[in-house]
Design a protein around this ligand. Sequence first.
Ligand code: NZQ
Ligand code: ZN
Length: 392
Amino acid sequence: MFDFKYYTPTKVVFGKGTESKVAELIKEFGGTKILIHYGSGSVVRSGLLKRVTDTLDEAGISYVTLGGAVPNPHLGLVYEGIELCKKEGVDFLLAVGGGSAIDSAKAIGYGVANGGDVWDFYDYKRQATGCLPLGVILTIAATGSEMSDSSVITKEDGLVKRGYSSDYSRPRFAIMNPELTMTLPDYQTACGCTDIMMHTMERYFTQGGNMEITDALAEGLLRTVKKNAIILRDDPNSYDARAEVMWAGSLAHNGLTGCGNDGGDWMTHKLEHELGGLYDVAHGAGLAAIWGSWARYVYKNCLPRFKKFAINVMDVADEGTDEEIALKGIEAMEAFYRSINMPTNLRELGITASGDDLAIMAHKCAVGVGGEMGSARVLNEDDMLNIYRNSQ
Ligand code: NZQ
Ligand code: ZN
């Protein structure tokens, strides 16, 4: 077991109708001039944005709005948001939407609080010393950004997708009403379930630490999301399944399922970020498409964990050699992805990548991680290229 820090300052307000609490929460955390930041319009179409602005109007809270955060959110809009906040004297950010709107808001918050070029943080050139305070109304269970310390932004020039993490950006509050996720397309619901599971799996397939309590939480979370993803495939309006998945999404990425481990592997995420940057695919689908190739490449280096995963999460019988059990677990995971209409390779993701593109992604990925990275197995640029090739 390794020493660890666990810091989750976000106040969670969970349940039906909880978006009506937004004004009192903003006041509680000292916001007086708000930037409401959202995506490409789902919150307009659903009427959520109107309900939020009505609530702020009634409470006498002043705000400006900025929509347009796209999946794999762009740096250009972040710059626009920073200028708007400065011009309007914004002192609190409210992200209404999914990971893209939340991450874009976090980046705006860094830009306002630190000055200079906000991309510096995502380009590993300097560390932030603060962030504007941020609240969230979540509309998709997926990234866990509503409680996480991370944000992921894509620089349009060169299609570079990079993440930056610091506790400053952890939201002050997160409003989570599972009903708000019922307007999601089925594909996005499945992408979200995939991402949630992957955040826990990244922390699970490691070489060190491995506390029993952390494993029990992680395996329980994975089994819960696996079961409820199938329920939602068949009944998208199941409130209870929406609620299970939504809370799992937050717990999967607020640090809980990594306590005592060695920090996680994270290579499936890093490999996916290049796919998202270059081909603009949905994050969860990109993860599903790359995971099997990654798992087959690394499982022999992390056999006890793959065996445990197979038995405790994928219900594989404890029969045969460790390698056989581990491989059956990987196959079962891929079968699960297919059962919720997620891809298990690049072709199914809709990508026909040239050899040059694979090499570019492997190179950018290696640069992005500082040469090599991974816990289940440390990967260098050649390994990354092999995993991309094997995922075709
Ligand atoms: O933009 P709108 O119109 O809102 O539509 C979105 C978008 O098209 C739609 N949507 C969201 N809620 C909806 C809805 N449509 C109907 N009804 C609703 N209730 O769903 C689509 C996806 O939304 P997005 O916010 O992009 O999804 P997600 O939450 O999966 O975020 C993905 C981004 O987060 C990053 C990913 O790389 C990607 O850029 N990540 C952020 C992390 C973090 N900050 O901790 C960790 C993750 O590993 C991930 O990398
Ligand atoms: Zn993710």
